[in-house]
Structures are given as structure tokens and as C-alpha cells.
Ligand binder design. Structure first.
Ligand code: NAD
Ligand code: G6P
Ligand code: MN
Length: 447
């Protein structure tokens, strides 16, 4: 097949994930040829540190690909087929606030769940809508593949406020867990099985996992998860994994207790924040949260490796690594570009796929991806336990988007109060007032 080469814009060019994604794209050029890569960010200095290294790397490894980095939307968004969007409005400094403010009140502090996730949502919505508007102005035929967080709130905002836009919201957590399931099963790849799954982003369950001959693989995985969570057999043997940080190992272990709530299904790891919020507060350090961990490790490492490439004038010795697990983004882009009809989990409008659930909710379910976009699959009726949890959480997400659109203090207070992670309305208000103060520069004014 003669595949038409694509033009890619990475929005959030200064992201810690950018080098890994570029290298993953280079690793997949046979399946997804590229004629141009552009970077866009609103922080020129940060983006340039990454871009200068990537320019050298591309010249050495794929000189046929045109490369540029810009903070000018017209320049960046013109002549683009796909926007790969991973921005973090407010950067790690604000993530730190999202995590530390709720923890002051004994409530979980997390990037996407609970009050921290809502605070991040109130910043992200405007940033992602702006990217959509630039894309529609300068490359109206392009698609945006968005994994900027908090994906659930961003997805609801784009559904409500940009209903006709060509944006697809996706999360890598199910992919990451499926890698672990493959290891637990002793299979080479997660592509050796097909899954049924339903839920919201960072809030879902696998209901069926079968190999290509139709054999049910769920019993074996369930048996393992009930005892060990998503810790893999080799991690168990070696008591950890050098590449996986301790906080993530804790999450994989905790999936054991999460799985006990429903023996019929297998859970997403993020449910731990909703089922055991107090346990998570207990293992958190209010003085040193995940944002600090990421700033001290991933951010430092990525920027210093880029700096080394620039100083050496070559990427020959670089330790920058391919983000192999991000290849799901190629699967998605390729399916749209070449109509390969890949089956993937996406965050899409329910519209009847979960028959007994709000048709306007943004749900995470399997879809067949065509060059016209996703065709969601029907996952049928969902049980009362999950339905109850999901209705509460969808209401939280919708209230945040309404609060942003209407500038409503009341609705954001309601949203925080409604979250399972928050004990009562008074605490919700204290957290909200602190978050407003911290987010002055980023949130719309609330009244
Ligand atoms: P990062 O802070 O290193 O990078 C984000 C970049 O976005 C920064 O360079 C920043 O300057 C830029 N930015 C901020 N606001 C912008 C705006 N309005 N316009 C253009 N650029 C803007 O963050 P990171 O840790 O690398 O993560 C990037 C994003 O990817 C986050 O939203 C993170 O939550 C998300 N993420 C999502 C998934 C998923 O599964 N959906 C997985 C991994 C990361
Ligand atoms: C998973 C989630 C992402 C989230 C990331 C946080 O991959 O699916 O949505 O952004 O974890 O990772 P970090 O290393 O930044 O804490
Ligand atoms: Mn995610």
C-alpha cells in the first residue's frame, strides 16, 4: 500500500513526553510515514530546549522530515494533518498546588481525580479549546488527538462547547494496564487479545478479555489480580521494577483491593482514589507530592538529556528513549489516515452505547476507528454499583464544565462537594476558596 506521508503538530512541544513521542514516531515510519513534524507551545524557552535537541536528532535519523518549532499559532497550525495535544496549563507549579491544597484538608491531592483534577480542569478547558480553534482556522481538515488532562473534563468541555470539532480524547492508562495483563498471561503483546470495557476516563472496568480464538482470558487475570493487583510476575519476583517508581508500584498493588469490589470485572487503577480515599491520603506526603517527584526526576532527566544533545551537537550517544507504550497514538492516527479500522478505547459521547446510562455522558468504551472518526461499540447495560458511581462522577465532571462556562462559584462548590473524595460541603468550600486564590491567573472569574 502506498501510504500518504503525514504532517504532525505536537502541541505542548515543551512537554516531558515530547522526545519519547518523536522517537516513537520515528520507530513507526514504515506504518505511518511522516513528511513534517512541528512543535507548538506557549512557553518559547521551555519548548526550545526540547526542540533544539530534536532538530539535531531528526537531522541525523530522518533528514527527509521537515522540522520547525514555533509559538506562533498561524505558523504552527498551518498545513497539519494531526495535532497531537499534550499541554499542561499552569505546568508543574500548578500541579503541585492541585495536589497540596486538598491534602491540607485531608483530601486526596491528585492530578486528575478529586478537587485537584477539577482545578486542573478549570485551567485546561480554555487551553484545549484554544488549540481546537487554531486547528480549525489554519488546518480545518486536521484531527486533534488529545491526551491533555484531565481528559474526562476536557472531553466533556469539547462535547458541550465545540460539538463539531474533530478532536479525539484518549488515555494511556488502559493501554498500560493491558501491557501488564499480557505479562500476567505470558503473552507477547496486548494485541494478542480483544477487550470489552466501559466506564469514564480514569474510572472504568474490563468486562471481557479474549484471545483471537475466542478463549476467555479473564479468569486467569482475575485470579492474579485478586492476589497481586497489576504487579507483574517478574516484578513480584524481583520485588519491584527499576523503571517503575515506587508510587506507581503502590498503585498497581492497590488494584488488588480495588478488584475485590466487583469479582465480575477488572478495574482501572484510578478507582483506588474513589474506593479508598483515606488510604491514599495516608500514604501521601503533603510536603512532597507526585508533582515534586516528577519535577525531580522525569523533568530534570528529559531536559538534561536534551541539553547534552545540544552541547554535543549530536544525538548519537543520547539516552533519550522511545516511548514505546505511546505507540497507541500511532495506531489511532494511522486508523484515521488510512482507515485501518483499529479497535481502541476512546472517550466518546455515550449516545446509547451504555444503554441504561446518560446519553450525553462522555464515556470510555471500545470504538472502531475509521477515516471518518470513531464508531463506538455497544457495551450494553451496566450494573447498579457501577451505574451509581458513574452517575455521581459524571455529574461532577459536567458541573465543572458548567462552572467554567458560566463562571459559577456555586456549581464548582457543588462539583467538589459531590466528589466521593471529599467528606463534606464545608471542607469542599475551604478547598475551593484556596484553589481560587492559587488559580487567579488561570481560571475565569467565579461569582
Ligand atoms: P509538561 O508540563 O512537561 O508539558 C506541558 C507543556 O504544555 C509545557 O511545555 C507547557 O508550556 C505547555 N502548555 C501549557 N499551556 C499551554 C497552552 N495553553 N498552549 C500551548 N502549550 C501550553 O507536562 P507533561 O507531564 O509532559 O504532560 C503533558 C500533558 O499530557 C499533561 O496534560 C498530562 O496530564 C498529559 N498526559 C496524559 C496522558 C493520558 O493518558 N491522557 C498520559 C500522560 C500524560
Ligand atoms: C497515567 C494516566 C495519565 C497521567 C499519568 C500521570 O499515564 O493515564 O492520564 O497523566 O499517568 O503520570 P505522572 O508520571 O505524570 O504522574
Ligand atoms: Mn490518563
Amino acid at each position: 500500500m502506498n501510504l500518504k506521508p503525514q504532517s504532525i503538530l505536537v502541541a505542548g512541544g515543551g512537554s516531558t513526553f515530547t522526545p519519547g513521542i518523536v522517537m516513537m514516531l520515528l520507530d513507526n515510519l514504515d506504518k505511518f510515514p511522516i513528511r513534517q513534524i512541528k512543535f507548538y507551545d506557549n512557553d518559547e524557552e521551555r519548548q526550545n530546549k526540547i526542540a533544539d535537541a530534536i532538530e539535531i536528532l531528526l537531522k541525523e535519523r530522518a533528514p527527509e522530515i521537515a522540522f520547525s518549532a514555533s509559538v506562533d499559532p498561524a505558523e504552527a497550525f498551518t498545513d497539519i494533518d494531526f495535532v497531537m495535544a499534550h499541554i499542561r496549563v499552569g505546568k508543574y507549579q500548578m500541579r503541585e498546588q492541585d495536589e497540596k491544597i486538598p491534602l491540607k484538608y485531608g483530601v486526596i491531592g491528585q492530578e486528575t481525580c478529586g478537587p485537584g483534577g477539577m482545578a486542573y480542569g478549570m485551567r485546561s478547558i480554555g487551553g484545549v479549546l484554544e488549540l481546537i480553534d487554531y486547528m480549525e482556522e489554519y488546518s480545518p481538515d486536521a484531527w486533534m488527538l488529545n491526551y491533555s488532562n484531565p481528559a474526562a473534563i476536557v472531553a466533556e468541555a469539547t462535547r458541550k462547547l465545540r460539538p463539531n470539532s474533530k478532536i479525539i480524547n484518549i488515555c494511556d492508562m488502559p493501554v498500560g494496564i493491558e501491557y501488564r495483563m499480557a505479562e500476567i498471561l505470558g503473552l507477547k503483546s496486548r494485541k494478542d487479545f480483544v477487550v470489552r470495557y466501559y466506564g469514564l476516563n480514569h474510572f472504568g472496568w474490563w468486562t471481557d478479555i479474549r484471545d483471537h480464538d475466542g478463549n476467555d482470558l479473564m479468569p486467569k487475570i482475575k485470579e492474579w489480580v485478586k492476589e497481586h493487583g497489576y504487579v507483574t510476575p517478574s516484578e513480584l519476583e524481583q520485588q519491584g521494577n527499576e523503571e517503575v517508581e515506587a508510587s506507581w508500584m503502590h498503585t498497581y498493588e492497590k488494584a488488588k483491593e480495588v478488584s475485590w469490589l466487583d469479582p465480575e470485572t477488572l478495574p482501572n487503577t484510578y478507582l483506588k482514589y474513589y474506593f479508598y480515599p483515606q488510604d491514599e491520603v495516608e500514604v501521601s506526603n503533603p510536603e512532597y507530592t507526585r508533582a515534586n517527584e516528577v519535577m525531580d526526576h522525569r523533568e530534570k532527566n528529559v531536559f538534561s538529556m536534551c541539553n547534552q544533545v545540544v552541547n554535543a551537537g549530536t544525538a548519537a550517544q543520547t539516552q533519550l528513549e522511545i516511548d514505546d507504550h505511546a505507540s497507541y497514538i500511532v495506531d489511532l492516527a494511522r486508523s484515521i489516515a488510512y482507515n485501518t479500522r483499529e479497535r481502541m478505547l476512546l472517550i466518546v459521547e455515550n449516545n446509547g452505547s451504555l444503554v441504561n446510562f446518560d446519553p450525553t455522558a462522555m464515556v470510555e468504551i471500545p470504538c472502531i476507528i475509521t477515516s471518518n472518526g470513531p464508531e463506538p461499540l455497544v457495551m450494553g447495560e451496566i450494573p447498579r454499583f457501577q451505574k451509581g458511581l458513574m452517575e455521581q462522577q459524571v455529574a461532577v465532571e459536567k458541573l465543572v464544565v458548567e462552572a467554567w462556562a458560566e463562571g459559577s462559584y456555586q456549581k464548582l462548590w457543588q462539583a467538589i462537594t459531590l466528589s466521593r473524595t471529599v467528606p463534606n460541603a464545608r471542607v469542599a468550600k475551604q478547598i475551593l476558596d484556596d484553589l481560587i486564590e492559587a488559580n487567579k491567573e488561570f481560571w475565569p472569574e467565579l461569582s
